[in-house]
Design a protein around this ligand. Structure first.
Ligand code: ARG
Ligand code: ZN
Length: 885
């Protein structure tokens, strides 16, 4: 908690550290009611920072200082200054050793930052600035040190003692305590430090690296979850292989460990050699985790593993450069997932997420560039912009340079900067040097916030046989950025003739045609590309694979979109054509609703979906994606003013019409899929995942018919499925149905069966929190009192409160403001317990500008109430004050 307004930190104020820490020797004595931390720091003046001996200012928060010595000389109170967040002293000379002892209280740390306890085990989360809650230190990523860590605890309660690097010694003491010493040979910043102590079991495996070294692999977990680790281990081995093959990156220690913990603010953390994971991102078993959860585990395991190079071996100079490691690593894990599964489906999922969530952030009060230039609380900047848009920026570089030059740039970057803390500029420079491509203008993607608009106009000259596309780009103002300069926007595209064939593409001035799909680099505010030898007016396929994170508009007719859905050679754009068609049709229904007219659905949408559903040759995963109407949140994002009720009514009407018109086809496909599920044992492979997604979306449409035969199949699937993917989908369908008895029965059975499995209960909470049926808020309020719920566990908060506020628009945005009041109450309660979670939970309220004036006033009122509620954490203060500005 702060007592005064938090300060803003600016990139322009960056200065190299005055001192360096060559070696860090830590000793932890872990007790039930406190922990003692002794730190010995071998320090010297940073030669790159100037002359003289400035005061040494160490970071430290919530530390009880027990002793302090410099070069073995104890310091008295007059020899240093101790404030709320710093310890200042005068070094005696260029090289010196600091010894400090502090007492901390992991047992009462509910913020889950620094050293804390989760389900009886000790663990750490130091990124970004948690290490300063462990000991006095230069807690900044450009101070890299060699760490040696000794930890001791009561052996019977904490048989496993882990830290970064390799184990070098261990032993027992007489009083039942034992200790272990770990040494990490690689220099690292403090944010990559980790320790774990607990009663843990592990599974073990090994990986032979490309140079023939054997690496021991271990995943640790509480004993009862030991059966849920195989998928994570398989994912880890695949990741290690992929990074060798695609990026030439080899693992560097003799051991790689993952520990699963139940209470964790984010997904996982890439601590050197000792990744710590939210259990939701590493545990998976067919009976308790859905296909989506399996895929998430695979992606997060890969993400954290890939950080070993993109983040750890080469790290960030300062936190403004966060996307240097996060954007790059998300791009790397997305490509890994694309290689392991269906590339097109992965891209569809990522783009849908980006356009719904990141575009909303980019259009809201917290909009910031991929490389921000100011922040109050760095924890607030672990955002969709840093991660997902950052990954899109890397993807654009990959697209513009081509795979080969991109790889050379990546090799050069890792070679040149191994062991260093660097900036986004250093990364770009390596890409430029390796490829010869000038990225000066491209770098605006790092400095300008907001989502660019790209309006495209076509012109065909039937006499000259030329076809031109004119691109006009603009970017709306964002906080602190009124005016934007043009971006470099790579537009992957092709042209289709009337039969759906791809035309060879030759731009005016070129000697010959070059392929049928190419990338136009749009770099001016207005720019025209003219194709020659075009015998008939073509239909353009634009932004293939979503080659840039922009809002592209082209005046397609609905018939043209249906044509693209069938013929585009780019799978992503076939889906995108269907989405655009759905958006047009749904917006028409929204208009009808707003004018109080009877709703009437354009039959072309039904026709398009009928042919998708009838085409047995299409990949089932694609059929499922095509059948999914754009989410309410996406329709809201596209609206100037989001009419929550009209959007919900329109989408539900369309779903019922689809169900009615296509019932027989849906029924047939459902039965085929379910029959296959009944007769084949579960596997989380691409073909089965595809089949189950088709089966489940078909079931959700069928259920809208509310007939007895559908309830029967729903209950059959719920009762007899051998996996969580089918069981949970059936439960969700029942929860959203009018069959009260069947619903209550299924919910009770599920909770009874899975009451001891926290991750499954999270899903049980989410399914109910997301149900748009009336009375949603009251259901959520009742569930807050369920014995399995607690505000102290971030997964529970996300599963119940987060799911309600983010995915249940009709209930959350109730016109009486009760949904907003509920969320604000939870934010206020969490502000004191866990500021990071409180601040994230606030997000839906920050979007108030999207809604009608009545809702705007209610949402603002709640933001103001939070602001006035007392001592706010810097996390919550920053988001609330910026949202009201
Ligand atoms: N670096 C982690 C990742 O893999 C994120 C951890 C950040 N945690 C936090 N509490 N800010 O993305
Ligand atoms: Zn990351």
């Amino acid at each position: 908690m702060r007592s005064e307004q938090p300060k803003t930190v600016y990139l322009k104020d960056y200065r190299a550290p005055d001192y360096l820490i060559d070696e860090t020797h830590l000793t932890f004595e872990l007790f039930e009611d406190h922990t003692l931390v002794h730190a010995q720091l071998v320090m010297r003046r940073n030669p790159a920072a100037g002359s003289g001996l400035p005061p040494l200012v160490l970071d430290g928060q919530q530390l009880e200082l027990l002793s302090l010595a410099v070069d073995d000389v104890p310091l008295g109170e007059g020899d240093y200054q101790l404030g709320d967040s710093h310890l200042t002293l005068q070094p005696p000379r260029d090289e010196f050793v600091i010894d400090s002892s502090v007492r901390i209280h992991p047992e009462s740390n509910t913020a889950l930052e620094g050293l804390y306890k989760s389900s009886g085990m000790f663990c750490t989360q130091c990124e970004a600035e948690g290490f300063r809650k462990i000991t006095f230190y230069l807690d900044r990523p450009d101070v890299m040190s060699k760490f040696t860590t000794t930890l001791s605890a009561v052996q019977k309660d904490y048989p496993v003692l882990l830290s970064n690097g390799n184990p070098i010694a261990s032993g027992q003491e007489e009083d039942g305590r034992h200790w272990a010493t770990w040494q990490d040979p690689f220099m690292k910043p403090a944010y990559l430090f980790a320790l774990v102590a607990g009663d843990l079991w592990c599974i073990e495996d090994s990986f032979r690296t490309m140079s023939g070294r054997d690496v021991a692999l271990r995943i640790y977990v509480e004993p009862e979850n030991i059966g849920k680790l195989q998928h994570g281990m398989d994912s880890l081995k695949k990741s290690m292989k992929w990074d060798e093959e695609v990026y030439g990156r080899e693992y560097d220690l003799d051991i790689f460990m993952i520990v699963a913990v139940n209470d964790f603010n984010m997904g996982a953390m890439e601590n050197k050699g000792l990744n710590i994971f939210n259990s939701s991102c590493v545990l998976a078993h067919p009976e308790t985790a859905t296909d989506a959860a399996h895929q998430r585990v695979e992606a997060v395991v890969a993400h954290e593993y890939f950080h070993n190079w993109s983040g750890n071996r080469v790290t960030c100079r300062d936190w403004f450069q966060l996307s240097l490691k996060e954007g790059f690593t998300v791009f790397r894990d997305a490509e890994f997932s694309a290689d392991m599964n269906s590339r097109t489906v992965k891209r569809i999922e990522d783009v849908a997420f980006l356009r719904t969530q990141q575009f909303a952030e980019d259009g809201g009060p917290m909009a910031h560039p991929v490389r921000p230039d100011a922040y109050m609380e760095i924890s607030n900047f672990y955002t969709l912009t840093i991660y997902e848009k950052g990954a899109e920026v890397l993807r654009m570089i990959h697209t513009l340079l081509g795979a080969e030059a991109f790889r050379q740039g990546s090799d050069l970057y890792f070679d040149r900067h191994d062991g260093q803390a660097v900036t986004c500029d250093d990364f770009i420079k390596a890409m430029e040097d390796a490829s010869g491509v000038d990225l000066a203008q491209f770098k605006r993607w790092y400095t300008q916030s907001g989502t660019p608009r790209l309006a495209v106009e076509e012109a065909y000259d039937p006499v000259a046989h030329t076809y031109s596309l004119t691109f006009r780009q603009s970017c709306p103002p964002t906080p602190g950025q009124e005016h934007k300069e043009p971006f470099v926007i790579p537009v992957a595209m092709g042209l289709l003739d009337a039969h759906g064939n791809e035309l060879p593409l030759r731009l005016a001035g070129e000697d010959a045609a070059d392929g049928t799909s190419r990338v136009l680099a749009v770099s001016a505010a207005e720019q025209r590309f003219t194709f020659v030898d075009v015998a008939h007016k073509p239909l353009p396929s634009l932004l293939r694979g979503f080659s840039a994170p922009v809002k592209l508009s082209f005046p397609y007719s609905r018939d043209q979109l249906m044509f693209l859905m069938q013929h585009d050679s780019d799978g992503f754009n076939r889906w995108e054509a269907g989405q655009q068609l759905s958006v047009q049709v749904l917006q028409e229904l929204v208009d009808q609703h707003q004018r109080d007219e009877a709703l009437s659905l354009d039959p072309r949408l039904i026709a398009a979906l009928r042919s998708v559903l009838a085409d047995e040759s299409l990949d089932a995963a694609m059929v499922a994606e095509m059948l999914s109407l754009p989410a309410e949140a996406y329709l809201a994002e596209l609206s100037e003013v989001a009419d929550v009720d009209a959007i919900h009514a329109a989408r539900e009407f369309a779903r019922r019409e689809i169900s009615r018109e296509l019932f027989d086809l849906l029924w047939a496909r459902y039965q085929t899929c379910r029959e296959a599920s009944r007769t084949t044992p579960y596997a989380a492979d691409a073909a089965q995942i595809a089949r189950r997604s088709l089966q489940n979306i078909a079931l959700s449409y069928l259920a809208l018919a509310a007939s007895d035969e559908v309830v029967d199949v729903c209950e059959e699937q719920f009762e007899h499925a051998d996996n969580m993917t089918e069981r949970l989908a059936a439960l969700a369908v029942l929860v959203n149905s009018p069959f009260e008895a069947e619903k209550a029965n299924a919910l009770a059975k599920f909770a009874d069966y899975f009451k001891d499995d926290a991750l499954v209960m999270d899903q049980w909470f989410s399914v109910q929190a997301g149900s748009p049926l009336p009375g949603g808020l009251e259901r959520v309020e009742a569930l807050m009192h369920h014995p399995a719920f607690t505000l102290k566990n971030p997964n529970k908060v996300r599963a119940l409160i987060g799911a309600f506020a983010n995915q249940n628009h009709v209930n959350f945005h109730r016109l009486d403001g009760a949904g907003y009041r509920f969320l604000a109450d939870q934010v206020i309660a969490l502000n004191a317990l866990n500021p990071q979670i409180a601040s994230r939970l606030l997000t839906p309220l920050t979007r108030w500008r999207k809604f009608d004036s009545a809702r705007q006033a209610l949402m603002r009122g709640e933001l103001e109430r939070i602001l006035a509620s007392g001592e706010l954490s810097s996390d919550v203060f920053e988001v609330v004050s910026k949202s009201l500005a």
